[in-house]
Design a protein around this ligand. Structure first.
Ligand SMILES: Cc1cc2nc3c(=O)[nH]c(=O)nc-3n(C[C@H](O)[C@H](O)[C@H](O)COP(=O)(O)O)c2cc1C
Length: 213
């Protein structure tokens, strides 16, 4: 039993920590770097419904303009993947590769919808915050994903019987791709590319050029 305030505080902190089974060991920097847009997945790994739920749960903790919280999230587990997969387009800048490769398709998704027929500017800002938060959560639990804006909205809405307009599809899976960031100047080509070994390179503008002086 601790007999002074500091020792008591340490005991409390240790006790709180021991209950946290999935404590992350990844810094935000590592999460951000690992959080790449993956277009190839290990199909022997099946994303579980509880993992999708955990990823969606970030939406209960993120900011929202006017706190309106107009986004709704439809988890699409493995068994329902074929209701989304035919309607997404991946890797527009690598047309010749016809991504995703057979057997490496994403097979779990979260479809983010707007619970309003007239989503405004702020709903789209909320959308970006939600999507990135979800992807960081996916990376923290050993998964990865990609935002997909190029999808057939009507087909996805019908095949999933969604009550609202889908705005974005987020694919989730066990990534099976090597992706590296490459620093560039702002006037250089921003298209991603792949080398013969299949490594995917993503150009990012250097910090000094992002900061306005
Ligand atoms: C809103 C949004 C929509 C996107 N839509 C697609 C898409 O439809 N298909 C695709 O292959 N990638 C899509 N991407 C992924 C981008 O291509 C990717 O973020 C970019 O190439 C940089 O790679 P990185 O995410 O690894 O940094 C999208 C990304 C965002 C943020």
């Amino acid at each position: 039993m601790a007999d002074n305030y500091l020792e008591k505080k340490m005991e409390d902190l240790k006790a709180a920590g021991s209950g946290t089974k999935t404590k992350s060991h990844l810094s935000l920097e590592k999460l951000l770097v690992r959080n790449r847009s993956y277009r190839g997945y290990d199909n022997s790994y099946v994303v579980r419904p509880d993992q999708l739920r955990r990823i969606i749960s970030v939406a209960t903790k993120i900011p929202s303009a006017r706190n309106s919280q107009l986004l709704r999230f439809r988890p699409v587990p493995h068994e329902e993947a074929d209701k989304v997969l035919p309607f997404i387009r991946l890797g527009g800048a690598l047309r010749d590769l016809k991504l995703p490769f057979e057997g490496m398709e994403p097979r779990a998704f979260v479809v983010i919808c707007a619970a309003t027929p007239t989503p405004d500017h702020y709903v789209y800002i909320d959308l970006g915050i939600a999507a990135q938060s979800m992807l960081l959560q996916a990376v923290e639990i050993g998964l990865g994903g990609i935002c997909i804006g190029a999808f057939d909205k009507q087909e996805v809405k019908e095949s999933l019987a969604l009550p609202y307009e889908p705005l974005l599809v987020v694919a989730i899976g066990k990534p099976k791709e090597k992706i590296e960031l490459v620093e560039i100047h702002e006037d250089e080509d921003k298209n991603y590319w792949r080398d013969e070994s299949g490594t995917h390179y993503v150009p990012k503008i250097a910090l000094e050029e992002l900061i306005l002086k």
